[in-house]
Design a protein around this ligand. Sequence first.
Ligand SMILES: CC(C)(COP(=O)(O)OP(=O)(O)OC[C@H]1O[C@@H](n2cnc3c(N)ncnc32)[C@H](O)[C@@H]1OP(=O)(O)O)[C@@H](O)C(=O)NCCC(=O)NCCS
Length: 261
Amino acid sequence: MVFWKIKDVELDDVDSLIYFCIPPEKRNDRFFIEGADVKRAWVRKSLEMFGSIAKMAYLDSTPVGLIQYQPKPKKRLLEITCIFVPDKRNQRRGIGKALLNALIEDVKKPRGFFDCKPPLAVVTWAFQVPGYYPQNEFYLKMGFKKVREDDPFLLYYPLEEEYVYQPEEAVFIPQAEDKGRALIFYDPSCPFCMYFAEHIKNLIRDVAPSLPVRMVNMFEEVEEVEKRGQVPQCAVNGKAINASFMDRENFQKEVREALEV
Ligand SMILES: CC(C)(COP(=O)(O)OP(=O)(O)OC[C@H]1O[C@@H](n2cnc3c(N)ncnc32)[C@H](O)[C@@H]1OP(=O)(O)O)[C@@H](O)C(=O)NCCC(=O)NCCS
């Protein structure tokens, strides 16, 4: 029998939350230091705004799992951004399920930013990380539904009876100032954000060494994000780059095409 406890992340636990996801050998890497700094700012501000943005599971005093989330008050939805039980020795012992259930019970309580009602649903984009049990399979086993049959990653769990989540079909709306530069939109709630952004910058520099690059913090610069509709991870010369930065060849091909327009 394994005993763990689940705790809401508070200001005193910020470092525990940040370093939980950063591999020890990466902690002195410049881009993970920057990633930790932007995440720290995000956690502090989000805790002030929403009171609760993550729960962690502890075995004695050692953190063994986390679930991280963010309310989207305008849509009355709660978005889960991450669930993670990294150590194989702790997996398959009910920790992930207990974290998710604790969150679902918690969000049913009325909150001011949801007009004192529970959210309509919990939604998540359950991307897969090689080498780990896929998040999307976990959520489907936990009762989540697919938003679209052909999208294995976008999932939701309705909290209001018969609610069906149908996101608006949003498109990227480039702005005049996006011409002649690259934009990288990063999510400060993930400590890998600066590391990934640097990877993207290098791929762009390879193709267009003098193209200016503007970094957009998706939490701090809400107006910049909202006026562009559905933002991609990267846009070049006003065109969304849809290939993943992990797919170097297609990513750079799209960058070249965007610069030819
Ligand atoms: C998904 C995850 C959080 C599940 O955590 P966990 O504590 O191991 O899950 P639980 O023990 O609560 O399992 C709940 C159910 O999920 C399913 N499940 C979990 N791991 C499984 C595995 N390896 N194989 C098959 N089913 C599995 C089972 O149905 C299980 O119930 P059961 O054990 O009663 O059959 C964990 O596997 C993980 O961290 N995966 C990586 C997630 C990821 O990529 N996160 C993003 C990081 S940036």
